[in-house]
Design a binder for this molecule. Structure first.
Ligand code: SF4
Length: 338
């Protein structure tokens, strides 16, 4: 049985959800009653911190009422995030919760970490001073594009991968983020939430709009985003809004930018604005594709291959697309037209 402090630290756990249900508080009271004012203010802080800093942060909790407000602020924050009605915000919020959980989990005992792993459905067990995690779960959550995380570089016994505490907690961060995204992606926006938190929601939407506009037109080094072909613009948009871009999409985009002469640092910056940005993984991918840490400097795929990979957006192709056979040719032809 978890105490209030633990539930306030890990509010996404099912025990915490059961605890909140047992309080029999109606959604209307939670959103409007003066009793829950502090919970609402904590909820707004959670969302704004996630949006602005990528971590929902910690509040100063002293009394029992503080802990209760912190616990209740979690469902409130989720409701607000849903009402922003933007997949970027959903991921950004989930990441903010997962990052906070990561920080706290590093301080927890092995037994507790294992408990959280089980709650998240991971097939894991204790192994000396670390953990054994089933390889299926490992592959699901590990940033395997990074060398250290490749399965071949791991110690594996009878289908279980050995992880030290930090790496196990890193896996949990991914699993927590994925659980929260799954949870809130299916929830509708409650009208009352839009009324009560209208100001905050409008502020986030406004900043998101400005941010998206800025990143969609900002030149990358000397490369103009405006002159990019529809396929690459689409991939860029997906990366920056945190949508799940298939591996070939990320590969094609990095190779495309590299062929146009973008520096690794510039390409890196484009990825860094994604809500689920993973610095190590991104650096590894870019360094690999651009030939810095591999023997091959990869070229971007032709239009024909882009179509085969499902990366050519048929509803967005334009007249210039019909005259080229390669996204790179599209770019230079467009530049010449300027
Ligand atoms: S036709 Fe070629 S350049 Fe145009 S969107 Fe498709 S893949 Fe890109």
């Amino acid at each position: 049985m978890l105490d209030l402090r633990k539930m306030a630290t890990y509010p996404f756990l099912s025990e915490c959800k059961r605890f909140v249900s047992s309080l029999n508080i109606s959604v209307e009271d939670l959103l409007r009653d003066i009793t829950y004012e502090k919970a609402r203010s904590f909820g707004i802080e959670r969302v704004m911190n996630a949006f602005e800093k990528g971590d929902v942060g910690d509040r100063k909790l002293i009394s029992e009422s503080d802990f209760l407000s912190e616990i209740l602020s979690y469902p409130i924050a989720k409701m607000i995030s849903v009402c922003v009605r933007d997949s970027f915000m959903v991921k950004r919020y989930a990441l903010g919760e997962a990052k906070r959980a990561y920080r706290h989990l590093l301080e927890e005992s092995q037994d507790f970490i294992l408990l959280i792993g089980k709650e998240l459905g991971l097939d894991a067990k204790l192994h000396e001073d670390g953990f054994d995690l089933h390889f299926v779960d490992y592959l699901r959550y590990a940033p395997t594009n990074y060398k250290k995380w490749k399965l071949v570089n791991r110690e594996m016994r009878r289908g279980f991968v050995y992880l030290d505490k930090r790496d196990m907690v890193r896996i949990l961060q991914e699993a927590i983020m994925s659980k929260i995204v799954e949870d809130i992606s299916t929830k509708p926006c409650i009208e009352d939430v839009e009324d009560i938190f209208g100001e905050e929601i409008a502020r986030i939407r406004e900043e998101l709009g400005r941010y998206k506009k800025r990143i969609s037109t900002q030149p990358v080094g000397r490369i103009s985003v405006d002159n990019m072909p529809p396929c690459m613009k689409e991939i860029l948009k997906m990366i920056q809004s945190g949508e799940n871009v298939p591996h070939m999409g990320r590969f094609s985009f990095v190779a495309f930018m590299h062929s146009l002469g973008a520096s690794r640092e510039d390409i890196f910056k484009l990825f860094s604005s994604a809500p689920d940005f993973d610095e190590e993984r991104t650096r590894y991918q870019i360094d690999h594709i651009t030939g810095r840490i591999s023997s091959t400097e990869y070229s971007p795929p032709s239009c024909e291959k882009m179509k085969t990979y499902g990366l050519c957006p048929s509803d967005k192709v334009d007249d210039l697309c019909k005259k080229v056979r390669h996204p790179i040719s599209y770019y230079w032809k467009k530049v010449k037209r300027e």
